[in-house]
Design a protein around this ligand. Structure first.
Ligand code: THU
Length: 163
């Protein structure tokens, strides 16, 4: 029941089979927890300039979760995205092995669409995550989300192995 509802809501842009095969990498309940944590983090965003709030919840391979929100700055360029906040929190705590990240966002914290990561964040993900297995979860709610491998969002990315 739960599964079919989830498959239907995500079918808009993602094939059912594709979603379910990716779903086998991270369980439905873990995905739900990540989305819940991402929404909680989004509510802590500091966004006086854009009012666009983003939240991220990063899952390590040891099943630990690190959250992040975007933090803006009056000088604009020092602004940091939610995804990078989550990654830098985790890496600064000694984490190096990651499985997935859930991302949510919306103007004034109201989620009306999926919030894809910016190019800079995709590159930061590429530094620490395996493009073929790391899952990016773009969510509108706990029951409405899309699953992507990092490789799909950053094809032919430049990674640590190239240097
Ligand atoms: N933002 C993120 O936090 N993550 C993204 O991947 C896209 C953009 C933030 C940065 C800025 O505070 C606001 O959204 C508007 O660009």
């Amino acid at each position: 029941m739960e599964e079919s509802k989830e498959a239907k809501t995500s079918l808009v842009t993602q094939q059912k089979g594709e979603l379910l095969s990716k779903q086998s990498i991270v369980s439905r309940s873990v995905v739900k927890n990540l989305i819940r944590d991402a929404i909680e983090a989004m509510n802590k965003a500091y966004t006086p300039y854009s009012r666009f709030q983003v939240g991220a919840a990063l899952l390590t391979k040891d099943q630990k979760i690190y959250t992040g929100c975007n933090i803006e700055n009056v000088s604009y360029t020092p602004t940091i995205c939610a995804e990078r906040t989550a990654f830098f929190k985790a890496v600064s705590e000694g984490e190096k092995r990651f499985a997935a990240i859930a991302i949510v966002g919306g103007k004034n914290g109201v989620i009306t669409d999926y919030c894809p990561p910016c190019g800079v964040c995709r590159q930061v993900l590429r530094e620490f995550a395996d493009p073929k297995s790391f899952l990016v979860i773009l969510a509108k709610s706990e029951n409405d989300y899309l699953l992507y491998f990092l490789e799909e969002l950053l094809p032919m990315g430049f990674g640590p192995e190239h240097l």
